[in-house]
Ligand binder design. Sequence first.
Ligand SMILES: Nc1ncnc2c1ncn2[C@@H]1O[C@H](COP(=O)(O)OP(=O)(O)O)[C@@H](O)[C@H]1O
Ligand SMILES: [Mg+2]
Length: 575
Amino acid sequence: MLLQSLIFFLKKNIERNPRKFIFLIFLVIIESLFVMASFAAVVPFADFIVDPELKKANQFTKYIISIFSFYSINLNYISFSVLFVITVILTSIFSALILFQIYKIVMDFKVSLANDLLSSILFSKWSHLNSLKQGQILNIFTKEIQYVGSATRATAQIFSNIFKLFIYLYVPFLINAKFTLQVIIAFLIIGIPFLYLSNYAKRVGEKRTFHANSTIDKLSESYHAIKLILGFNLSAKTKKNNLSMIKTLENLELKAVMLSYIIPLTFKPAAIVVILIFFGGTFSTAKIPEFVGIFWGMYGAIPLVSTILNNILLTSNFYPSFKQIDNVINDCKNYPETDKGKKFDKLDKKIQLENVNFGYNDEKIFIKNCNLDILKNNITSFVGKTGIGKSTIIDLILGLQTPNSGIIYYDNHKIENINLKSIRDRVGLVPQDPLLFNTTIKENIRWANPELDDDAILKILDKIDAKKFVESSKYGLDTYVGERGLNLSGGQRQKIALARALAKKPNILILDEALSSIDVKSSEIINKYLKELSNFVTIINITHEIDHCKYSDKVFLLKNKSFVEIKNSEFKPLL
Ligand SMILES: Nc1ncnc2c1ncn2[C@@H]1O[C@H](COP(=O)(O)OP(=O)(O)O)[C@@H](O)[C@H]1O
Ligand SMILES: [Mg+2]
């Protein structure tokens, strides 16, 4: 349908901003009254110039003259021109107010969309977010939301222009109905074919959204991998690939921009030709005042019709951008991370996995019939080869993934009956990729617990053999770690990530290969400290090195899709 995009935008806008839209209507009505008044001024003005005696004034002028005489205003050049100028100025003031109101609607709409996006993305389940592409999200926040803003402006403008158009055509209609009707029909005949361009505009919009997503995805990936690209000497190839994507995107932008000029550049001349032909057919000097009124109406109507048509095209072009945002919001809302369930405060006895099966898709179950207990204030280690499913176990325990079958208990409560956010509030996590933020060491640690002061942070760093390297850095705790922590060594990053988890004063501490890049001497210090900590913290330790299980109370080996407990007597000789 030709107007589908426009109707979609109108519905979404009125839904979100009913009050602002009502105020816009109010402003448009007032402006329309002034536009009418400008007619009331221009027709007698023209009559007066042609015939200062006003002997053969037309009906409209006579009406105005009667108003003038009622208020005892003299009929002269000054009174007519003052009336005209006042109406024009007031129309402009209201046009400015309408513009301001439209942009306020645009701004509010963009902010409310961003709010919906942030709350749907940041509060939805990891198992769903996992499938979202970073490029798509970045594209939405940087470009697509702007496009939606433009489409919103176009929608509100169409809305207000239709009102104005009605007035611009209504007065000429009063002056000469037949002539005005002919012109309106001619406008429709010229205008409707342009609407068929909106299907094309929509296809261009779809392609642009798709290419913008993947271009931004590739660009951000290349930037993240810049060291790798240099190391593999693949700069030239990366440049070629990125540039070719940018060129494709720019070509689509060019098409969209050209589309936005087609109507203003062709409709206006065509409409003027039509009007002049009609004028030419019926011209006579006596009709000049009447023509001035009609021409004034057409002079206002032509740009309005042109803008309406062009804005319909714009909404079609930006429709795919909005559709994508709408889909992301709705998809995320289908997978909300709920606030429901019993609040978790601390572990009383154990976390228990009962007959747990898990695979990312049903055919490929790689955790099979898993039955195990993680006891309170113990160190429980999981060992196994790369890719066997160790990190996945953490995702299951944190409720980031849900088992295909089987149950996970925290004490006697099934995980699905516990508020997951309250579990995560009590967990300190050191992920396999330490992922530091581009700020100082101190702020990275305080991110987990803003209440900690420098002394408390240094105390934690001291326990995990990190104080020395931090204090010997030029700015100490205020040293910047660089993007993703890349100014630090791998082991240093891991130490800060561990300090961040400890800063939370967790009830359960989860370490995913947390010490894999840390030297043997430091690892020993840290492991001893963790043993001390396990007097009051439950520690889950994931590792592929049996050496890191030395202080564990329980060790599970992941083999043949299931976890087997290995007794101390069995694994100690392996050390
Ligand atoms: N998001 C994902 N989607 C699909 N498969 C995944 C995903 N994450 C991990 N896998 C697969 O699940 C298996 C277990 O991964 P993981 O638990 O990370 O192993 P590891 O024991 O090395 O920590 C691997 O075969 C991996 O390819
Ligand atoms: Mg892993």
